[in-house]
Write a protein of this length. Structure first.
Length: 112
């Protein structure tokens, strides 16, 4: 499994609050590129946190990044309500980058 799949799953789940488009691939690519531009010590922290949340937000034996979108949306909403510092920082990182990507550039076109 590549960390990109987890980041993409979070981007799709968070992007739904900004757009009803069906495809967030360009937005997921943008978020991943920004992650890759972080200093190595931040990338390690975000990667570990992403892997932890991928497993912590499992449904049955299915990790977060393989869940259906509706299940991911539900899990993200529950995670927001927990109000845990480090998970809030993680979601804020993804939420900010996702919102920026959705509202700017060619990825903001609605498809479907």
């Amino acid at each position: 499994m590549h960390i990109y799949h987890i980041f993409s799953a979070f981007t799709y789940a968070l992007g739904r609050q900004y757009s009803d488009k069906k495809n967030f691939n360009a937005d997921a690519d943008f978020v991943y590129r920004q992650y890759r531009n972080l200093p190595w010590y931040f990338r390690v922290v975000f990667a570990c946190l992403a892997l932890f949340l991928d497993l912590a937000l499992m449904k049955g034996l299915v990790p977060f990044h393989r869940l259906q979108l509706r299940d991911r949306l539900h899990k993200v909403e529950r995670l927001k309500r927990l109000n845990l510092g480090v998970t809030n920082d993680f979601l804020t990182f993804f939420n900010g980058l996702t919102a920026f990507s959705v509202y700017s550039g060619p990825s903001r076109e609605t498809t479907g």
